[in-house]
Design a protein around this ligand. Structure first.
Ligand SMILES: [Zn+2]
Length: 415
C-alpha cells in the first residue's frame, strides 16, 4: 500500500523543503579481496563504468543485503540485486505463492504456486546468478527475531505490505543503526526513500502516526498495477547499489514520488524531525514496541465495538439462507470487486455510501441486515456506521467473501 501522497505545500514546514540535495556518503561496505575470472567476465558491463569499476564490484561482492518480503517489491529487488552481484542475499518471507501473486511477483512462476515464497525466490536467484549466496528465513518477522536477523546484514530492503511490519522494520533499523531502502506502491502511485537515522530522517520522521484504520487500503483491497512493482523496486535496487558502493547522491533525506499515469517523478526533501519519538532529540521509543499490530490497529475502536456479538461466519450465513431466513445481504465493496466474485443474493452498496449516510434509506427496518466485504475490515467499519444510525440488529460476516469462497464455494475465484 502507499501512504497518502500529499502535495509539497501540505507537508509540515518543519519536515519538508525543496532545497538542494547534496548528500553524499562513504561506501557502506569494504571491498572483497579480489574478483575471479568468472566474476570479471560476468560483471564486465559494471567494471567498465568508471564510477563502479573493479573496486565497486568488489564492494557488491562483499555486501550482505536482506530483503524483507519476496512479493511485489521484493521480486524485482531480489532479481536485480542478484544479477548485480551482491554477494549475499537474505530473504525473509513466511508466505506461499498464490496464483493472484503472479500478476506482479515475477520472481515466482506458475509451477511455484503453493511453494514457500522464500524458497521459490531463492531458486530463481540461483538461476539468475549462481555466484550469489542465498540465506532463507522462511519465517514471519517479529519482535523476537527482527534484531537478530537484521544484525547479520549491511543493508535492508523493505518490501513489506502492511503498516505493522513497516514500523517494526523502521524501529529495528534505527535501534541497530542500519540503513534501509523503503518503497511503497498502490494502484498507479509509488514512493521510495532511504531511511538512515545516523545521516537523515527515519520513517517515523515522515509518518509519525500510522494512518487511521481503514483509511489507507492495502493492495489486496485496492489493487496495484503489476508493473509499478518494477518501477519502485528498481529505484530501491539503484539506491541499495549506490549506498553499498558509495556512488552518487542517495535518497537519504529525500522522498521520490512516482505517478505512473502522469509519468512523473518528484523529489521532495525530508528533514529529520527533532521531535521524532524514535530518532529525535529526546526519544521516548527506546525499544521495539510490544505489539505493532496493536499500534497500527486493524480496525477503528468504533468498528471494534460494533462487531462484538454482531459477527457471523460464512457458514452461519449459508445456514440462514438455506433455512429461508429473511436476510438483506449487503456487499459493501466496490463495483469492480462485485464484478469479480459475489455471494449469491448480495446487494451492492459501497462502504462510502453507508459512511456518508446517503445509502441509509436503502436499508429496511424489518429484515435481518448482514454486511460483508472482502475480508471483514470494511464491513466492520460500515457496521459501526449502520448501528449508529439505529440498525441495532445488523451483523457482518467474518472474513468476508474470501471466507465464503474458502468455506462454502471453492469454485468461486478468490482475488
Ligand atoms: Zn525519526
Amino acid at each position: 500500500m502507499v501512504e497518502p501522497v500529499r502535495n509539497e505545500q501540505q507537508w509540515p514546514d518543519t519536515t519538508v523543503d525543496s532545497g538542494e540535495f547534496t548528500v553524499s556518503l562513504p561506501p557502506l561496505v569494504e571491498p572483497a579481496a579480489e574478483l575471479t575470472v568468472d566474476e570479471i567476465r560476468r560483471y564486465s558491463r559494471h567494471l567498465i563504468i568508471p564510477d563502479v569499476g573493479v573496486e565497486g564490484q568488489k564492494r557488491l561482492k562483499n555486501a550482505r543485503v536482506l530483503c524483507v518480503g519476496a512479493g511485489g517489491l521484493g521480486s524485482p529487488a531480489l532479481m536485480y540485486l542478484a544479477a548485480a552481484g551482491v554477494g549475499t542475499l537474505g530473504i525473509i518471507d513466511f508466505d506461499t505463492v498464490d496464483e493472484s501473486n503472479l500478476q506482479r511477483q515475477i520472481i515466482h512462476g506458475q509451477s511455484d504456486v503453493g511453494r514457500p515464497k522464500a524458497e521459490s525466490a531463492a531458486a530463481s536467484i540461483r538461476e539468475i546468478n549462481p555466484l550469489v549466496k542465498v540465506e532463507i528465513h522462511n519465517t514471519a518477522l517479529d519482535r523476537d527475531n527482527v534484531r537478530e536477523i537484521f544484525a547479520q546484514y549491511d543493508l535492508i530492503v523493505d518490501g513489506t505490505d502492511n503498516f505493522a511490519t513497516r514500523y517494526m522494520v523502521n524501529d529495528a533499523a534505527v535501534l541497530l543503526g542500519k540503513p534501509y531502502v523503503w518503497g511503497s506502491i498502490y494502484r498507479f502511485d509509488g514512493q521510495a526513500s532511504v531511511f538512515w537515522a545516523e545521516h537523515g530522517p527515519c520513517y517515523r520522521c515522515l509518518y509519525p502516526e500510522p494512518p487511521p484504520p481503514g483509511m489507507v487500503p492495502s493492495c489486496a483491497e485496492g489493487g496495484v498495477l503489476g508493473v509499478l512493482c518494477a518501477s519502485v523496486g528498481s529505484i530501491q535496487v539503484t539506491e541499495a547499489i549506490k549506498l553499498l558502493t558509495g556512488i552518487g547522491e542517495p535518497l537519504v533525506g529525500a522522498l521520490t514520488v512516482y505517478d505512473a499515469l502522469e509519468m512523473t517523478y518528484r523529489k521532495i526533501k525530508v528533514r529529520k524531525d527533532p521531535a521524532c519519538v524514535l530518532c529525535g532529540d529526546n526519544p521516548t521509543v527506546t525499544d521495539l514496541l510490544e505489539d505493532y499490530e496493536d499500534f497500527c490497529g486493524a480496525v477503528s475502536p468504533e468498528a471494534e465495538a460494533a462487531v462484538v456479538d454482531a459477527t457471523i461466519t460464512a457458514r452461519e450465513l449459508k445456514e440462514w439462507q438455506d433455512a429461508g431466513k429473511d436476510v438483506f445481504l449487503v456487499d459493501v465493496r466496490e463495483p469492480a470487486e462485485y464484478e469479480i466474485v459475489r455471494i449469491p443474493g448480495a446487494t451492492l452498496v459501497p462502504k462510502g455510501e453507508i459512511m456518508s449516510g446517503e445509502a441509509l434509506a436503502k436499508f429496511p427496518q424489518d429484515r435481518q441486515i448482514v454486511l460483508h466485504c472482502k475480508t471483514g475490515v470494511r464491513s466492520a467499519e460500515a457496521l459501526a456506521a449502520l448501528k449508529a444510525a439505529g440498525f441495532r440488529d445488523a451483523v457482518h460476516v467474518q472474513g468476508g467473501v474470501i471466507a465464503w469462497v474458502n468455506q462454502i464455494d471453492p469454485s468461486l475465484p478468490a482475488y
